[in-house]
Design a protein around this ligand. Structure first.
Ligand code: GBH
Length: 475
């Protein structure tokens, strides 16, 4: 292969971030604590006791950050709105100063020709709503719809692309199941209730956005489906895969895309919950027509029945916790997939991204797809001359963008790609230890330095073409 791979001229080349991971300024302009502020203050939950108090100070440096994106050549930017900045108690009237920050940010992006995509919820629930029960409580879904209307009304005139939730699987199963994410609860019944109420929040939030925004705007959700493989075709391994497929994927795309939970999900989880939180009319409310689907992908997942576990390295599937995120699945074993791994320990496997896109092309025929996150953490360090060379990240991006391009050739309607992440930031339970940025952040000074991958990606964005393998790999 020597010809550069070209992408459609309208393809969006973006980068993604989220509010708590970059903004800092957690006590400014009326913002109150979210569940992540509380979680970070709970000893032992976040590596090094790190918090998002300052993060990368984007709240004050957004102009420079937008200028940097423009300089790199990006044409799109996905960010999230901090709910407790806009509605500090999770209820009632909006704080205008909070909304004004996002108005200024969006205006700055538009002035630089960068298309904004707004995620309404990237995991920072107002603490007051958690105190009232959080996502396992139905009320939280209604509160989300109200919040969605507030933000939609404020920014709907200038933002076309909307995403209700980021990775509801993480909110439900890492937040309330394994407890590695805020609010750190370990209750599988609560996690399944949370999943349903996140689905409901998505549906009600979509309707709320439609009712306040111009019809031209697009509404989507960003899911992080597990790309599952079974260690063998033995019936018990395939059954392990089917069950995790329900718990990771069907539990969200079923109601959102098809208006129904997978039938076997109820029987699979009967030992944990009777699903009585699903009320009449909920599935209709969740099953709203969407304009696009956001897919986040990092690495595939390999499973077997516990009794068939091969002797190779085990991936516990739990993250950094003794508790499994997966309800009623103690007899499923998780394994490391072969191949190079990133600093997170996640295997580099671009074929998983191609499979993922093709699967959702079949799952939702005709629905445009955006890759709303994809990227890798590496142990980046500045050279003595201050430059940061990250050839592994360039190789990762090259591989995964090739997979996207292949999926387009195979008939998938992929409209854009958002690299995770624009810059190094607060990596949740891992604090500042893991660097996902295309731009390096020196945490002592908060100075930003584009890594070689940022320049490489900017060239791809500018030319709309992927250099053939090797070319630019050492840029
Ligand atoms: C995304 O989450 C987030 O949207 C983003 O904020 C974050 O910074 C980025 O990725 C990088 O982490 O071992 O059981 O947890 C990705 C979350 C990571 C969830 C891999 C599933 C593996 C299964 N996913 N994880 S488990």
């Amino acid at each position: 292969m020597s010809e550069p791979l070209t992408f459609p001229s309208s393809f969006l080349w973006g980068a993604a971030t989220s509010a708590y991971q970059i903004e800092g300024a957690v006590r400014e302009d009326g913002r109150t604590p979210s569940i992540w502020d509380t979680f970070c203050r709970t000893p032992g939950k976040v590596l090094g006791g790190d918090t998002g108090d300052i993060a990368v100070d984007h709240y004050h440096r957004y102009r420079d950050d937008v200028a940097l994106m423009a300089d790199l050549g990006l044409t799109a930017y996905r960010f999230s709105v901090s709910w407790p900045r806009v509605q500090p108690t999770g209820r009632g009237p909006a704080v205008q100063r909070g909304l004004d920050f996002y108005r200024r940010l969006v205006d700055e992006l538009l002035a630089h020709g960068i298309k904004p995509a707004v995620t309404l919820y990237h995991w920072d629930l107002p603490q007051e709503l958690e105190d009232a029960g959080g996502w396992p409580e139905r009320e939280t879904a209604y509160r989300f719809a109200e919040y969605a209307a507030i933000v939609g009304e404020a920014l709907g005139d200038r933002v076309e692309q909307w995403i209700t939730l980021n990775e509801p699987w993480c909110s439900a199963f890492l937040g309330y199941g394994s407890g590695v994410h805020a609010p750190g609860r370990t209750d599988h019944a609560a996690a399944l209730g949370a999943a349903h109420h996140l689905n409901l929040a998505h549906g009600l939030g979509t309707s709320a956005l439609r009712s306040v925004m111009p019809a031209r705007n697009s509404v989507a959700v960003s899911l992080n489906p597990s790309m599952l493989r079974a260690v063998s075709d033995a019936p018990e391994d395939l059954d392990a895969k089917r069950r995790i497929d329900n718990l990771a994927n069907g539990i969200f795309h079923g109601p959102m895309l098809h208006g129904a939970y997978p039938e076997t999900l109820f029987t699979d989880t009967a030992s944990v919950t009777d699903w009585s939180f699903v009320q009449q009319g909920d599935l209709g409310a969740i099953h709203q027509p969407l304009d696009a689907l956001g897919l986040n992908y990092y690495s595939p997942t390999l499973v077997s029945a516990a009794e068939n576990a091969p002797s190779g390295p085990r991936a516990d599937g739990h993250g950094i916790s003794d508790h499994s995120p997966w309800p009623a699945a103690d007899d499923v074993a998780f394994h490391q997939t072969p191949g190079d791994r990133t600093e997170m320990g996640w295997t580099v496997d671009p074929t998983g991204l191609h499979e993922l896109i093709m699967r959702y092309t079949n799952e939702a025929p005709g629905l445009p797809i955006y890759i709303t996150e994809n990227g890798a953490a590496y142990d980046d360090k500045p050279d003595p001359d201050g430059r940061v060379h990250d050839p592994e990240r360039i190789a990762y991006l090259h591989g995964h963008l090739s997979a996207v391009r292949q999926a387009i050739s195979d008939g998938a309607d992929v409209r854009g790609y958002y690299l995770w992440s624009l810059m190094d930031n607060f990596e949740w339970a891992y604090g500042y230890e893991k660097r996902f940025g295309a731009v390096y952040v020196d945490y002592a000074t908060l100075a930003r330095t584009p890594k070689s991958s940022a320049r490489w990606y900017g060239d791809v964005a500018r030319t709309g073409a992927l250099p053939s393998e090797g070319a630019g790999g050492g840029a």
